[in-house]
Design a protein around this ligand. Sequence first.
Ligand code: ZN
Ligand code: ZN
Length: 412
Amino acid sequence: MTASPIDPVKLDKLAEVAIKVGLQLQPGQDLVLTAPMAALPLVRRIVEHAYKAGAGIVQPIFADEEITLARYKYAANESFDRAPGWLYEGMAKAFSGNAARLAISGDNPMMLAGQDADKVSRANRATSMAYKPALEKITGFDINWNIVSYPNASWAKLVFPDDPEEVAVKKLADAIFAASRVDVEDPIGAWKAHNAKLKERWTWLNGNNFSALHYTGPGTDLTIGLADEHRWKGGASEAKNGITCNPNIPTEEVFTTPHARRVEGYVRSTKPLSHNGTLIENIEVRFEAGRIVSAKATKGEAVLNKVMDTDEGARRIGEVALVPHSSPISKSGVLFYNTLYDENAASHIALGQCYADCFVNGTKMSGDEIAARGGNKSLIHIDWMIGSDKIDIDGITQDGQTVPVMRKGEWA
Ligand code: ZN
Ligand code: ZN
């Protein structure tokens, strides 16, 4: 056994931030935790901080890359249309009982790259459907939830392919710690300051109440109508159970709900999109009345088209997010192949499901009311980077005036 290349002090701070900032876990509150097996050192630190904070019962649920791959190698073909519904029903039940949710990401994003694309997409679909009742409680903000990352060796080797494993893991760990703001003396104070800055941005956007955003740049001339009574958010956010949590660590974005039927024009992706083990590169799509009517990609085009055939809402967008080009993750210049990181390096849109919470009184509205205001509905939610230092964004006010929002990727 050699010593781990991961700094144990910073790892412990990440665990503390996940519990105290990410979740603000309350005394007596249960916690459902999902993690890759390789993230066990972080899981142990998190469980310790959870119980110190007074947690009720903390229940980890583990997955493992080799176990997942064994399924693709040996399981019967028919089994790929099924998912362990009982597990997701149990999770939904736990959330109904006010359990908090913590996910640790860190699997190799290319894990399934060599597998049968049809099996991958059927398994994803079955999981999405089984997971839906639990996911709705998360996206609908019934409970406080959080996601943080652990530098699995398989992921680190993908991000830093030229380094020996030890070095790659250390580099990825340090990048995660820096982006998660746990490499400073007082991470909890740093998060407070960061949340305040994000709040200043979304308060300004809400004050303007733009009817649309207009993006221009190389390969891009796109008008994204914003949903009626949309509301911008970012950073800390109050769940319906009254607990203010920071769902994503890291996070640099302010975001809202676009109007699913009012997106016009064309746009080109500015970073590769890693989707369930496939890299999709140089995406170019054209929207008409909110619907993607043509889509191209130089790599992964078949997967992109398959994803958009998931359901009617998969060809429309459910999120629009603004991230300055100078964000720390963007400045690191690292491509993480992980949405939690890469979406915080650039302004983006997401195909699929919208967040109910991005409406005035959204969490009290029915699905039909959300749809009437332009909110999109889908089994998928896939973030997709369209920002860079070459993109300008204008806000269009309700009476048709133009206000600069971003210039060359920075807040105007
Ligand atoms: Zn986003
Ligand atoms: Zn998103």
